[in-house]
Design a protein around this ligand. Sequence first.
Ligand code: FCB
Length: 452
Amino acid sequence: MTADRLCFPEGFIWGTATSAYQIEGAWNEDGRGLSIWDTFCRQPGKIWQNQSGDIAADHYHRWKEDVGLMAELGLKAYRFSIAWPRVLPQGSGPVNVAGLDFYDRLVDALLEKGITPFPTLFHWDLPQALQDKGGWTKRETAERFAEYAGIVGKRLGDRVTYWITHNEPAVAALEGHYTGQHAPGIKNPLSAAWAYRHLMLSHGLAVQALRASAGRPIQVGITLNLSPVHPASDAPQDVKAARRYDGLLNRMFLDPVLRGTFPRDIEKIFGLLFKVNQEDLRTIATPIDFLGVNYYTRSVVRHDPNVPFIQASEIRPEGSEYSEMWEIYPPGIYELLTRIWTDYKPANILVTENGVPVPDVLEPDGRVHDVRRIAYLRDHLIQVHRAISEGVPVRGYFVWSLLDNFEWALGYRMRFGLVYVDYDTLARTVKDSGRWYARAIQENALPPNATI
Ligand code: FCB
């Protein structure tokens, strides 16, 4: 390694990530059932400019072109999600063969190009039919999820080695059931608590179902959204608030999955609200092969008596750099990865999402000069490299996202892609960041500076 080139370990998994509802479109084609996001987007005022994923990036029709783009970038891996309502339009019962076929073809096309598929089973698009029966607030939904996992595992397990059960259960539970900013738009702490328990339980059940159905050894993990939590000041009240917030954001997910325990301090704060029983904890702690980590920013927290239970709220620190969504804080990914390693020792860690929204413009020269994204990715990869060089077993890194896409409640306002999507024509253009990333992949090292 030369002084100005940071080399990554041999076999490092360079990838990008997407999710079904955010890119596929084709919401009512080939037998797909409705998801809670189809319903939520139709409620006026929930999504920026009342947009929806009806068309999104039209990946359902353009998947061949998209796999071609991935090959052009030299990706080693691609993380995508499977739409449960495409496979099981009613959430359970008869399988929609056309839906499964779509993912089957995608997997084959990826493998043909030497790109390792990393499917996620649940990236928030619950079948509406299950929501109508109570969704994640009901234990039965966890059981239905395990059945769905088994069906997909049986069909794709002969070729797919790496599997992710859930994407960010914290967001599905809290944004979906407490703040109501995401589908299904419920605003009830009790619903959020039940959703949390059943999402977690369903993870453990799905790990078992996948292993049982694949018919050969596979690698299974879960993706959590995690952040280092910093106190807003040295005042003991803020320090304590940060610890509580860390429990809610990080430990409440890491402890059950990796230790089979529930954090004591959180139990004290919430009483029995979120408490998971011993038997379910054992299921949730079914051993996994890797932990997926999504990192975007840190949390800076102060004591706030107005917030029920947790008495803590986030502030936006002054003097920091911000993207259109969050503070840009590259050292946070290093802090997070080393902390996970020190406290939990998972055998393998994958950064399953990291990226930044930029108000990209397609210039007259036909290019997108997203220098800010290149700087963001580079600064974060430097920190990932630092963690690896200190012995943290980070095996791969996935940029969010391959393509510009539907950013949930923020609609198409946020562009996260390495590839620009013109939403009028749906034409794709590789951004400068895509070219930069392709070079990093090719060299298995970070280019010496932010140029391409
Ligand atoms: C994550 C989600 C992903 C995307 C990014 C920006 O929380 O997993 O779908 O929206 O944020």
